[in-house]
Design a protein around this ligand. Structure first.
Ligand SMILES: *Cc1c(COP(=O)(O)O)cnc(C)c1O
Length: 380
């Protein structure tokens, strides 16, 4: 038999059978009453997940398309913006902004750290013309989380937008868009939404729509005003990714059935058990800042290259995790616990890591991490 496969990477994640089955059904036409009916429910359920009164845009793109549109629809060339850069995805904000002629000031934070919000406050005080703060809620490349609420508190009463890439945070941790005053909240289908890649979602505040009226960055496909208008008629501006939207209907039903608080609690529980399990196995965690509840980044033990751990997990044990990026390549590996993840995904992850490191001759307490996670995940 070929190896049985376990997908435990921070996106794409496994898709629940209900959604897989629904997406296998014969295709429906996107201008038909069937689609309009489905889309009207999906639209409402998305607002529920986003904790917002305003419509959430649904784009046929990956998360990066949502990020790009969140720059081009609200800023103009020459505008100034702050970017929190604490990893690969923070870096992406800078690259997108620069591609459109936005003047970026980076708030750098060492990979694995959470941003120092005082630095953002000082920058905003020093320059009231800053149009936006771009940040991640969870920096997937390092496994660290940033304090979104604290940043939104700073932008709320300024002429500055709080733009949050929540691609591994929405549906993982509580991010009440309206209550906190987040202006743009971005997520993607292959993360906590537990769908295949191909959809991006963007929540847009009143304040952001006001910025939209005067923003002059070039745009065509990702024209958010056009999408908002189409959404009013339960449509998208162009052909939607119909099958993914059918799947979206299913996963939103699953999440509604579980309840928001329970969804967050499950991610918190799995993240905690993963971290404690890794420590009990004798490993150390990479992030020094607040750890993400979506993904755990772990340092490879002495003398072991983390790329070998990643490869051994995949080729010998059938487990797909993730390695480190850029200067962290060879140093860390990352295990996800987001989306369609539960107790035994975590147990498998920890067991497989212990076994892979043992296979490679590295130092690890075989079984100790699993035992610790079992204790923490016991149902009483
Ligand atoms: C996955 C991810 C993205 C988006 O990547 P795509 O490949 O465009 O889906 C952006 N930001 C974060 C934090 C991510 O985890």
């Amino acid at each position: 038999m070929t190896l049985k496969k376990y997908l435990l990477a921070p996106g794409p994640v496994p898709v629940p059978p209900q959604a897989l089955n629904a997406m296998a059904a014969p295709i429906i036409h996107h201008r038909s009453p069937d689609f309009v009916e489905l889309f009207s429910h999906v639209k409402e359920d998305l607002r529920w997940l986003y904790q917002t009164e305003l419509p959430v845009l649904i784009l046929a793109a990956t998360g990066t398309g949502g990020m790009e549109g969140s720059v081009t629809n609200f800023l103009s060339p020459g505008d100034k913006a702050l970017v929190v850069n604490g990893g690969k995805f923070g870096e992406r904000w800078t690259k997108i902004c620069k591609a459109y002629g936005i003047q970026v000031t980076e708030i750098k934070c060492a990979w694995g750290e959470s941003v120092d919000v005082n630095q953002i406050e000082a920058a905003l005080k020093a320059d009231p013309t800053l149009k936006a703060v771009y940040m991640q809620a969870s920096e997937t490349s390092t496994g660290a989380a940033h304090d979104v609420k604290a940043v939104a508190d700073l932008t709320r009463n300024r002429e500055t937008l709080c733009v949050v890439d929540a691609i591994t945070a929405l549906g993982v941790v509580d991010l009440p868009m309206d209550t906190w005053g987040i202006d743009l909240l971005i997520s993607g289908s292959q993360k906590a939404f537990m769908l295949p890649p191909g959809l991006a979602f963007v929540g847009v505040s009143e304040k952001a729509w006001r910025f939209n009226q005067t923003a002059t960055c070039p745009r065509f496909y990702f024209d958010f005003a056009k999408e908002k208008k189409a959404l009013e008629g339960n449509q998208t501006a162009y052909t939607p990714a119909v099958s993914l939207i059918v799947g979206l209907g299913e996963v939103l039903k699953i999440m509604r059935g579980e309840g928001l608080e329970n969804v967050f609690a499950r991610h918190t529980r799995l993240a905690h058990a993963t971290r404690e399990g890794m420590k009990a196995a004798g490993l150390t965690l990479f992030p020094k800042g607040t750890p993400s509840s979506a993904v755990t980044a772990v340092n490879a033990p002495d003398g072991v290259d983390s790329q070998d751990i990643y490869k051994t997990l995949r080729t010998k044990y059938g487990v797909t995790a993730a390695g480190g990026q850029d200067h962290l390549k060879g140093k860390i590996f990352r295990i996800a616990h987001l989306g369609y993840a539960d107790t035994f995904d975590t147990i498998i992850a920890i067991a497989a890591v212990e076994m892979a490191i043992t296979t490679l001759g590295g130092k690890v307490n075989l079984g100790a991490g699993v035992k610790r996670a079992q204790e923490l995940l016991l149902v009483k």
